[in-house]
Design a protein around this ligand. Structure first.
Ligand code: ATP
Ligand code: MG
Length: 414
């Protein structure tokens, strides 16, 4: 009996894991350009954090959260998303008082008990950005433009950006009633979960995977108050002048409770119903509702696993630059020493087992994907040389003095 990964969980093996590293590296570079710094938050938090912030009528909290009572009888949850933890940290450490720019990013695993399929896992990685303290449309335009830049930098193509405005608490109060009336009149057409939650949260029906598409066509539309309309107009104008392509989707609602004003999603047509690559929005009331000072904020989360799926064709097996082979017992120590010297000089180097036969070591060298095999045997020991054999275009083996080998490799003389 062997033990396997749990359903919905997976191992990321090389070279697939290389794609993840590549995306993370691109993200870190872009974050640095935009003045974001990394925050690392716990994987497990009190369950109440997510119930209060993500919202108790959301799919995430209602159906997907891994929550349990721990050994100390505390109700805890494994984080299903990053924003609640970052907001908690922002309040807990008084980050509004630092005088800094309020920009944080995170990269980490999120956990949701949903039905696994391609692009939908129970543990997945999100890259997220949160910007606190800036209420202006410039922050909206900047964060969306940054997300687009980041995605461009990963090399992924064929994405589209959709944006909408959900207005503020004031606009929504009136809309809530209008929408609720419409839903009550059409309640027989709704799915069971929506029937049960429209009284508590009518907006949720618009985001429902079953009812949402039909409702988006027929349901009354939210009318923005003047300041919200102005904010949305300015955001769109700024995005246009930044050269960010987008389209307004009035049906875009987002499945979390805390959004206000601008919401957005980046979509692909290549992953079936897992079409959302990244999503986010403004959440001007969340910090206050979680017990902090009134603080406007905006952020997004990007599904790294989905971007990686889109980049799967670019996956390549890489090997070290050089592979060391010892052709005789006497040369083992010299080969081991050269291995260390190459690495110290910044040249990647690997080996298999100097005690194996020359033939076996050369087989490993071929399989390693290295560009060069460096072979030291009895003759080389006597003459103080190394046999350098190109592995990818065979034939040009030559002998190089040991003292020159590093500079020759660096000069790409092979
Ligand atoms: P979906 O509509 O696909 O369920 P979501 O609205 O639940 O997405 P968010 O909570 O906004 O997603 O999370 C942001 C991003 O995280 C998504 O756009 C997606 O790329 C990614 N994501 C969400 N859930 C999963 C999952 N189970 N597996 C892999 N990636 C996911
Ligand atoms: Mg979901």
């Amino acid at each position: 009996m062997t033990i396997h990964t749990l359903r919905g969980f997976r191992d990321l093996l090389p070279p697939e894991s290389d794609i993840f590293v590549r995306i993370e590296t691109a993200a870190r570079e872009v974050f640095a350009l935009y003045g974001y710094r990394e925050i690392r938050i716990p994987t497990i938090e009190s369950k109440e954090l997510f119930v209060k912030s993500t919202g108790d009528t959301t799919d995430i909290v209602e159906k997907e959260m891994y929550a349990f009572t721990d050994q100390g009888n505390r109700e805890v949850a494994v984080r299903p998303e990053g924003t609640p933890g970052v907001v908690r940290a922002y309040i807990e450490h008084n980050l509004s008082q630092t005088g800094r720019n309020g920009k944080y990013f995170y990269i980490g695993g999120m956990f949701r008990a949903e039905r696994p399929q391609a692009g939908r896992y129970r543990e997945f990685t999100q890259i997220g950005a949160e910007h606190f303290g800036n209420p202006s449309p410039f922050a909206d335009a900047e964060t969306i433009a940054m997300l687009v830049k980041l995605l461009e930098k990963t090399g992924v193509t064929g994405l589209s950006v959709e944006i909408n405005s959900l207005g503020c608490a004031e606009c929504r109060k009136t809309y809530r009633e209008t929408l609720l009336n419409h839903l009550r009149l059409n309640v027989s057409t709704l799915c069971e979960p929506c029937k049960n939650r429209i009284e508590r949260n009518p907006l949720r029906a618009l985001d429902c995977k079953i009812d949402g598409p039909a409702l988006a066509e027929k349901a009354p539309r939210l009318a923005l108050c003047a300041p919200c309309a102005q904010h949305f107009d300015r955001t769109r104008a700024l995005l246009e002048s930044s050269g960010v392509g987008f389209k307004v989707n009035p049906g875009l609602v987002r499945g979390l409770d805390y959004y206000t004003r601008t919401v957005f999603e980046v979509k692909t047509s290549a992953l079936g119903s897992q079409d959302a690559v990244a999503a986010g929005g403004r959440y001007d009331d969340l910090v206050k509702s979680m017990g902090g000072p009134q603080t406007p904020a905006i952020g997004w989360g990007l599904g790294l696993d989905r971007v990686a799926l889109l980049l799967k064709d670019t996956m390549t097996e890489t090997g070290p630059g050089t592979f060391l082979v010892s052709a005789s017992k006497e040369a083992q120590n010299a080969a081991f020493k050269l291995l260390g010297e190459l690495r110290a000089a910044g040249i990647s180097a690997d080996f298999s087992d100097f005690e194996l036969s020359l033939k076996s070591q050369m087989r490993s060298a071929d399989k390693s994907g290295a560009s060069l095999a460096l072979i030291i045997g009895e003759d080389e020991l006597k003459t103080g040389a190394v046999a350098v054999k190109p592995l990818k275009n065979p034939g040009g083996q030559r002998s190089v003095p040991l003292s020159d080998v590093i500079s020759e490799i660096k000069k790409s003389a092979f």
